[in-house]
Design a protein around this ligand. Structure first.
Ligand SMILES: Cc1cc2nc3c(=O)[nH]c(=O)nc-3n(C[C@H](O)[C@H](O)[C@H](O)COP(=O)(O)O)c2cc1C
Length: 223
């Protein structure tokens, strides 16, 4: 079986976020979808190991923001490769709240949909949350980012907790041209796809990926 066939599925990139009064969780997903129009329902698929999953369960509601093409890798890295237990992902970003009091950022997003959880379906590693839409707002005229744009333009990778993760995935293979022979070397983060350029032969032991925070053991030399 060639699992990379599933890369051809079309989807968008979203931030699902929730607060239960004590905790706030937010993460990138590519599994947001409109389910029905009457009642107006959407769904999100969230890994049980993501902090955000427990927060949504406890809260009983969530915000689904549509990421726009304005978003860069540091923005996606914060929401898609870091854990809400360790950092406040909204820190430094213009943040508002939905009618359900869930936080969302107006930066790099073009719409937000507020939902009350109507069903939580256990599908093994992930939970499908069906949300009844209680409010929806357009935030900008920027184009919504597709999952394909994320792979091909931003050279982004998919972490293991995403539904679309494929072990050994290299959707970015060949996408970033290596420089011609010269004094610089390139190291690619196998977690998020970030490429670091340096004249050094090796990365220093205390080097940290600026996007996902992993150390040199997660980098492969690509030139
Ligand atoms: C492109 C991309 C797509 C992702 N899709 C999903 C998804 O559909 N469902 C999911 O649970 N996690 C997905 N993730 C992974 C979460 O965003 C990631 O595990 C995040 O660090 C979880 O944060 P949290 O622990 O604060 O909830 C995706 C990440 C990226 C970068």
């Amino acid at each position: 079986m060639d699992s990379t066939a599933l890369f051809k599925f079309s989807s968008g990139l979203y931030i699902v976020s929730a607060t239960d009064g004590e905790r706030t969780g937010a993460c990138i997903i590519n599994t947001g979808l409109q389910l029905t129009s009457e009642p107006l329902q959407v769904e999100v698929v969230v890994n049980k190991k993501n902090y955000t999953c427990d927060v949504i369960k406890e809260a009983g509601h969530f915000a689904l923001s549509v990421v726009s093409e304005r978003a860069d890798m540091p923005f996606i890295g914060t929401f898609g490769f870091k854990c809400s237990a360790d950092i406040d992902k909204f820190s430094g970003l213009p943040t508002e709240t939905t009618d359900m009091f869930d936080p969302y950022t107006t930066e790099n997003t073009c719409a937000v949909i507020s939902c009350a959880v109507a069903q939580a379906i256990d599908v093994g590693t992930h939970v499908i949350f069906v949300g009844e839409v209680t409010d929806a707002r357009n935030l900008s005229d920027d184009a919504p980012m597709t999952y394909s744009y994320y792979h091909t333009v931003l050279r982004g990778k998919t972490p293991p907790k995403a539904s679309a993760f494929v072990p050994g995935e290299d959707a970015t293979k060949g996408a970033r041209p290596a420089k011609a022979a010269g004094p610089l070397h390139h190291f690619r983060c196998m977690v998020c796809g970030y490429v670091h350029e340096t004249p050094d032969e090796e990365l220093p032991a205390d080097f940290k990926c600026p996007l996902c925070g992993f150390g040199p053991e997660k980098f492969e030399r690509i030139d």
